[in-house]
Write a protein that binds this ligand. Structure first.
Ligand code: FMN
Length: 170
């Protein structure tokens, strides 16, 4: 957890099926509201699909196109009606942590699901592209690959615990 960083530049090297299985094992081990385990994951490897997904983002994230693998983290809202965002987020983060443990690089790409019950243009596009059923909401995309060592990862200064930990109240 302490060594995980977002990685956005990847080597031209496949993320094998057995690694994807491991990532999904980690994702589905996440806690969920009432243990509803509402997740579905869409793995996208095709260059055409990745390009079309990248084009849906206003800022056209290059790494959505370049990453060897995208995992679209989705939640079945018939299983998780009011906690689907949290349920999706925690599974996505398990994927990112597992990726780091396996030596892979990952980054969370947001902006797919509209707030609350309404959807967004990005979500509608993604829904069409991936043929998502009505009850399935995409929460985020985790882009994954073998991290390119040439990527410059900015140093990250963590906030001091004394500033954010409040004992027995604020
Ligand atoms: C909810 C959430 C949404 C994010 N959305 C994006 C995104 O759309 N594009 C992107 O490049 N990074 C995205 N990130 C990654 C953050 O930019 C990154 O976590 C942050 O800069 C801290 O860097 P670190 O992950 O290396 O610690 C997102 C992260 C989170 C938690």
């Amino acid at each position: 957890m302490l060594t995980r960083r977002s990685r956005r530049k990847y080597l031209d090297k496949e993320v094998t099926e057995d690694l994807v299985e491991k990532l999904i094992d980690a994702a589905k081990a996440a806690p969920s509201s009432k243990d509803c385990q509402p997740w579905h994951f869409v793995a996208v490897r095709s260059g055409k699909q990745k390009g079309e997904i990248a084009a849906l983002k206003e800022d056209e994230n290059r790494f959505l196109r370049d990453a060897p693998l995208l995992i679209v983290v989705c939640v079945d809202t018939t299983k998780s009606q009011t906690r689907w965002v949290e349920d999706g987020a925690i599974a996505a983060h398990n994927i990112a942590l597992a990726a780091n443990a396996l030596g892979l690089g990952a980054v969370w790409i947001t902006g797919w699901c509209g707030w609350g019950r309404s959807s967004s243009p990005g979500e509608e596009g993604l829904r069409k592209l991936l043929a998502l059923p009505e009850n399935i909401r995409p929460v985020c995309i985790v882009a994954l690959g073998w991290p390119d060592p040439s990527e410059k990862v900015e140093e990250k200064i963590l906030r001091p615990t004394s500033e954010i930990l409040h004992n027995e109240g604020w």
